[in-house]
Design a protein around this ligand. Structure first.
Ligand code: B12
Length: 186
C-alpha cells in the first residue's frame, strides 16, 4: 500500500449520458483541498475536478476519495466501481453520501458521513493499519479547520479568485435545501 491519495470531484452525465465538461470551473468547491490539508504530510495528494480534467484511471494511488453531489451521483458510482475493480480502496463522502449512506456503502470500501475534520485522520490511520471501518461519522462540535491546500488548485483551469469558507451548516430550515437535510438548522 503506497502513501498516495487521489481525491475526485466527479462531473455529472448530461441527458445523453455524456460527461459534462467545461473549459473552466469558475467557482471551485473547497472539500478536496480541505481534505488534502487534513491529510498527514507523509501522504502525497492529487486532486481531480472532473468537470475540467479527466480522471487519471491509471493512477498509482491506492486510496481513492470521491466527493459526491447529487447531480453527479451516477458518475460517482461508475468511478467507484471502476477503481474497486482495479483493487483500489474507495472512500466516499460529501453531501449525497451523507444523505444516503446505506446506498453509498454498496459502492465503497468506506463511507464518511458529514464533516470530515474529526474523522479523516482517524480513517487514514485505520487504513494504514489495514483496519478500515465501513462507516465513519463524528458530529462536528466546533469548526476548527485548517487552511485548504489552495496551492493544489493554482495550476487548474479555475476562476481568478479562490473561495473561503465562513462557516458550516445554516440556521435556516428551508425544506428544499440539502444543507437543511444534513445540518437540521444548525
Ligand atoms: C462551492 C459550491 C459550488 C461550486 C463548486 C462545486 C464543485 N463541483 O466543486 C459551484 C458554484 C460550481 C456549485 C455548483 C453546483 N452546486 Co453547489 N455548492 C457549493 C457550496 C456553496 C459550498 C461547497 C463547499 O466548498 N463547502 C466547503 C467544504 C469544505 O465543505 P463540504 O463540501 O461540505 O465538505 C465537507 C464534508 O461534506 C466532507 N466531504 C466532502 N467531500 C468529501 C469526500 C470524501 C471522500 C470525504 C471522506 C469527505 C468529504 O468533508 C468536508 C470537510 O468536512 C455548497 C453549499 C455548502 N454550504 O456546503 C453547495 C452545494 C454543495 N451545491 C449544491 C448543488 C445542488 C449544486 C449544483 C448541482 C446546482 C445546480 N443545479 O446547478 C451545481 C453543480 C455544478 C457542478 N458541475 O459541480 C448542493 C448539493 C446538494 C446535494 N444533494 O448534493 C449544495 C449542498 C447546496 C445546497 N444548498 O443544497 N456549487
Amino acid at each position: 500500500m503506497n502513501k498516495k491519495i487521489l481525491l475526485i470531484q466527479p462531473t455529472p452525465y448530461d441527458q445523453h449520458g455524456v460527461l459534462v465538461k467545461k473549459n473552466r470551473l469558475f467557482f471551485v468547491g473547497l472539500a478536496l483541498p480541505l481534505l488534502a490539508a487534513l491529510t498527514p504530510e507523509e501522504y502525497e495528494v492529487e486532486l481531480c475536478y472532473e468537470t475540467i480534467e479527466d480522471v487519471p484511471f491509471d493512477t498509482d494511488a491506492d486510496l481513492i476519495g470521491i466527493s459526491s453531489m447529487g447531480h453527479a451521483v451516477h458518475r460517482t458510482i461508475d468511478i467507484a466501481n471502476k477503481f474497486r475493480e482495479m483493487g483500489k480502496t474507495v472512500v466516499l463522502g460529501g453531501y449525497m453520501v451523507s444523505l444516503m449512506p446505506e446506498e453509498a456503502q454498496k459502492y465503497a470500501d468506506c463511507v464518511m458521513i458529514g464533516d470530515a475534520e474529526e474523522t479523516w485522520g482517524e480513517m487514514l490511520a485505520d487504513y494504514s493499519r489495514g483496519e478500515l471501518k465501513k462507516v465513519y461519522r463524528k458530529k462536528l462540535t466546533k469548526l476548527e479547520t485548517p487552511l485548504p491546500r489552495y496551492e493544489l488548485l493554482l495550476n487548474k483551469k479555475i476562476g481568478n479568485f479562490l473561495p473561503v469558507q465562513a462557516g458550516r451548516g445554516c440556521p435556516k430550515t428551508c425544506s428544499f435545501c440539502s444543507v437543511y437535510c444534513l445540518y437540521r438548522g444548525q
